[in-house]
Design a protein around this ligand. Structure first.
Ligand SMILES: Cc1ncc(COP(=O)(O)O)c(C=O)c1O
Length: 328
């Protein structure tokens, strides 16, 4: 039997109600400069990329976004994909084989889980944030090619991992670390870049190139698409082997232009992040004052996610009822 548990009703509410459920944390999808940049590329190049990037689908807007992103994170290179999902599939499958030992965080996003399954490699699921557990697991597989996979920011709870501490462990053990920064890119910390510029500039990284970061353009950048931030050699390996890069139509150049403009705005107007984090603090405080049970993970200015656990599905659906007729 099929149950109708979810819906996909179109909403025509832009400008009419406050949307606290989207991932467009900075409202970049509505920013006039982002729309203007996207319009220019739309009129020059049209609506779609028209083929895979390795055929004729690569546009100047892709390279422009890649260099803007790698500069922002002080990383050596980046490669753009049609979505964050396909970027995660590519990163994990291209840098592992059936003999790799995968160490996966228990909170991982569906795209990371699917990618790990696709490799056919052995998986060990742990709490990557537990340093002792991570260290012990890495020690167990010290003779094998090991890949540690985690989400920097949990999309539901806003919980943020100490990526620098995790990298210290994986680097010491000679493992490769792949971090999905979907919810952190553009909003984590004072400049939105999180711990990554420091890690990519470190002598440890420069010696080993053992960190890969994946991102999506569809959240704080208000566009669509995904990216992998890595070394130039790893980028070339992805171009040569990643199936979701080779056998997928390239990201529409209009989206690459929108995302590059969002990133430039974030760099040039850092006060918008201060305002965002301030607004999150005010909202959390007001909810708390009204007796809402918040598990606050937002205080370290990572992602603007306020987690309100309701306990069970019945309670969650009951919360929806007063809104149902008016808003949907
Ligand atoms: C943690 C995480 N990783 C990856 C993705 C996939 O990104 P995209 O929507 O660009 O495919 C999402 C959400 O959509 C996400 O929340």
């Amino acid at each position: 039997m099929l149950y109708d548990m979810r819906h996909d009703r179109a909403r025509n509410h832009v400008g009419q109600c406050l949307d606290l459920a989207s991932n467009d944390y900075l409202n970049m999808s509505q920013h006039p400069d982002v729309i203007a940049a996207a319009s220019r590329v739309l009129h020059k190049w049209g609506t779609g990329a028209r083929s895979s990037r390795v055929v004729t689908g690569t546009h100047p807007a892709h390279h422009e976004f890649e260099s803007t992103l790698s500069r922002y994170l002080q990383a050596p290179a980046a490669l753009v994909f049609s979505s964050g999902y396909t970027a995660n599939m590519a990163a994990i499958t291209a840098f592992s084989s059936s003999t790799t030992q995968l160490i996966c965080d228990r909170r991982n996003h569906a795209s990371l889980i699917d990618a790990c399954r696709l490799t056919g490699a052995r998986k060990t699921i742990i709490d990557v944030a537990d340093r002792q557990e991570l260290r012990n697991t890495l020690a167990r597989f010290s003779d094998e090619q090991t890949l540690v996979v985690c989400d920097a920011v949990d999309s539901v709870t806003g919980e943020t991992l100490d990526v620098a501490a995790i990298y210290a462990e994986t680097h010491r053990a000679g493992a490769l670390l792949i971090v999905d920064n979907a919810h952190g890119l553009g909003v984590w910390g004072d400049d939105g870049a999180g711990p990554f510029p420091e890690l990519f500039s470190s002598k440890e990284y420069r010696a080993a190139q053992d960190l890969i970061v994946t991102c999506t353009l569809s959240k704080a950048l208000g566009a669509q698409g995904g990216a992998i931030v890595c070394s130039p050699q790893q980028r070339q390996h992805l171009v040569d082997t990643a199936r979701t890069f080779i056998f997928d139509t390239a990201l529409a150049p209009v989206m690459a232009a929108a995302a590059a403009t969002s990133l430039k705005i974030i760099c040039e107007t850092p006060h918008i992040l201060k305002e965002l984090h301030g607004t999150v603090d005010i909202l959390a405080e007001k909810l708390r004052m009204r007796g809402v049970d918040i598990r606050a993970n937002h205080s370290d200015a990572a992602a603007p996610i306020i987690y309100v656990p309701l306990g069970n599905p019945e309670k969650a659906v009951a919360q929806l009822k007063p809104l149902k007729k008016k808003e949907y």
